[in-house]
Design a protein around this ligand. Structure first.
Ligand code: 5RP
Length: 240
């Protein structure tokens, strides 16, 4: 079965799978489109592939979901739009941290969840790209990212702990990690068998929370690199 529990001995193939998925998704970039450029290692493959195609004469605009992606895209010559300049976003391509059979995903391992969700929600089409380790039977193994304004973080942290979950403030370089929007991230480990979509909604309603890493069924399709090639699957439940 394609969907399985996380883990396994495929690490050596992972990068190749990510790259294959990125290439398959890049085929959906057409002349004149505005493309939401995702964040993370898989998205970096996509941006490189898109940059290559731009260099070969395929013209499109990018709108980046993080400073990292913006820098990479700019270095490859992809013209970038700021939100106020962007009209329609025709397609967004981004990675995921976990995705289940219902096309429900958890994202934000790279801390770019807020912009990623904004772009995904405005895009006409969304493609999520991944290696097969991201396909899971059940969401929840990956620590669930919650972005909070700094002032609200201690309150949100206590309320999440009251839910029976374990929140940890994300650190980077010995300090609290700051998102591109200047917020903190709490990485939350839920108790086993927690319904992530319900928990995400409860957390989303806490004052101080800016966004969560729960991306329920927002993609139009996924492209997953696997040991037997790239699988492109349409999402029949797409809800934006
Ligand atoms: C960043 C994200 C990334 O898309 C997600 O973490 C996947 O990253 P990678 O492709 O490196 O596994 O949501 O906020």
């Amino acid at each position: 079965t394609l969907f399985r529990s996380r883990g396994g001995k495929m690490d050596h193939k992972k990068e190749q799978q990510k790259q294959q998925a990125a290439r398959a998704a890049a085929d959906y970039i057409k002349e004149g489109m505005t493309i939401g450029l995702g964040s993370g290692t898989t998205s970096r493959y996509l941006i490189r592939e898109a940059g290559k195609r731009y260099g070969q004469g395929l013209h499109f605009y990018g709108i980046a979901t993080s400073r990292d992606s913006e820098q990479l895209a700019a270095s490859l010559g992809i013209p970038l739009l700021e939100p106020e300049q962007a009209g329609k976003i025709h397609l967004a391509i981004d990675g995921v941290d976990e995705i289940d059979r219902e096309f429900r995903a958890v994202k934000g391992g790279g801390g770019a969840l807020l912009r990623e969700k904004i772009i995904a929600s405005w895009a006409e089409e969304v493609i999520w790209i991944m290696d097969e380790s991201k396909l899971v039977e059940r969401l929840g193994a990956f620590p669930f990212p919650v972005e909070t304004v700094p002032f609200g973080m201690p309150f949100v942290k206590r309320r999440i702990a009251d839910m029976g979950a374990v929140p940890a403030l994300r650190m980077g370089d010995g300090k609290s990690y700051l998102t591109d929007s200047g917020n903190f991230i709490l990485d939350v480990q839920f108790a086993e068998n927690t319904d992530i979509s319900q928990a995400a909604e409860q957390i989303r309603n806490m004052p101080g929370v800016v966004e969560t890493g729960y991306f329920g069924q927002m993609c139009s399709r996924i492209a997953a690199g696997t040991s037997s090639g790239v699988k492109v699957m349409e999402n029949p439940h797409r809800a934006v």
